[in-house]
Ligand binder design. Structure first.
Ligand code: 1CP
Length: 339
């Protein structure tokens, strides 16, 4: 078993800086497109043998140091009672957005063993195949809440903020239910064999720090507090989170994921004993190889004093990324960080 990822999460020195990439299984790979050509996305997420195949696709091509479960942050949302569908080019849609007390009351706290058993089954199957650690994940409560309240993706988060500011009590009740679902989902994933857990807070960056502190962070803290006993690394990724970094450092995570907008060395100095994960601009994968290598070298150097560094992108891989560039980036990280 290649332990470099888990070592870096614990702040231990590994033989090289471990690397994986957000959305490493996905639409930039022709073999993923081939599977997707036969089945809609949401159905794919519910077929363990296909989720295993898709999770393994990037690991067959590239020397990644960790695998991430193929699933989606909206799976537990559907399990709570959201009428979820995905539309080509439009992203997720929820037919019954959750905007009043009745709707919040109707949502249930999901029970992973009954409501999403395919996730745990995928993990059990994957663990038999993998020789790198497997990362499980969930959406952070605020990010999940935006999808539930807006009814899909959003640009201005009008409905979310209307509830947050206008009916804070109701918003907190919704966050309670989501958080309990996330806790159960992540616990079930770890019990099935996930060796690290990441919370994706994709939309945290649309909040002012004062609102993040009141409406989002306490739930992240609760989730990590309740999962500490699992003894697996806990990773918090707040996208567009440069202004939230000092607060994020109080989340209870062992590792902070960073987007590319912040300097990794500055972030590492500010967060002290936590490990960092990140943070190459995903579009840097389009650079000519020599410039890509130079940039990766600078990033590794910037993170040299961090208490553990896991190399990653600052957000998900873009669909148009040439797979060959991903292979090169992984090679450069390993070559330049070999100790
Ligand atoms: O058409 C397709 O094939 C679907 C594309 C796709 C894929 C490959 C979606 C739809 N989700 C996924 C997989 C996925 N999603 C993974 C596992 C794969 C991996 O990382 O290797 C993970 C971890 C996610 C998590 C996820 N889903 C997030 C958080 C991370 C992030 O990118 O910020 C979010 C916000 C989603 C929601 C989602 N899923 C898919 C879409 C189109 C969206 C909406 C994004 C938006 O609102 O803009």
């Amino acid at each position: 078993m290649n332990e470099s990822f888990l070592q870096a999460c614990r702040g231990e020195r590994a033989s090289h800086t471990p690397v994986w990439m957000m959305r490493q299984a996905g639409r930039y790979l022709p073999e993923y497109q081939k599977v997707r050509g036969t089945i809609p996305f949401l159905e794919l997420c519910k077929r363990p043998e296909l989720c295993v195949e898709v999770t393994l696709q990037p690991l067959k091509r590239f020397d990644m140091d960790a695998a991430i479960l193929f699933s989606d942050i909206l799976i537990p949302i559907e399990a709570m009672g959201a009428e979820l569908s995905f539309h080509e080019g439009k992203g997720p849609l929820i037919a019954n957005p959750c905007r009043d007390a009745e709707a919040v009351g109707r949502l249930k706290v999901a029970e992973p063993a009954n409501d999403m058993p395919f996730v745990q089954e995928t993990i059990r199957l994957l663990r038999r195949e993998l020789d790198v650690p497997l990362i499980g994940f969930a959406g952070a409560p605020f990010t999940c809440a935006t999808y539930l309240i807006e009814g899909g993706s959003s640009k201005f988060f009008h409905e979310t903020k209307k509830m947050m500011f206008g009916q804070p009590g109701l918003f907190h009740r919704l966050m309670d239910k989501i958080s309990e679902t996330v806790i159960r989902s992540l616990r079930a994933q770890a019990e099935a064999g996930a060796q690290a857990l990441q919370l994706f807070d994709t939309w945290a960056g649309v909040l002012a720090p004062c609102d993040f502190e009141v409406f989002a962070l306490p739930y992240v803290q609760r989730i990590f507090r309740k999962l500490r006993d699992l003894n697996v690394p806990l990773i918090y990724f707040a996208n567009n989170g440069a202004t939230l970094i000092d607060l994020s450092a109080q989340s209870g995570a062992h590792v902070l994921g960073l987007d590319w907008r912040m300097d990794i060395g500055d972030a590492a100095r500010r967060i002290g004993r936590l490990a960092v994960q990140g943070n190459l601009d995903p579009l840097a994968l389009f650079l000519p190889p020599d410039e890509l290598k130079e940039r990766i070298g600078r990033l590794l150097n910037g993170a040299r004093d961090a208490c553990g560094h896991i190399f990653n992108l600052g957000h998900g891989i873009h669909q148009q990324t040439p797979p060959e560039q991903v292979r090169l980036a992984v090679e450069f990280v390993h070559e330049l960080s070999a100790r």
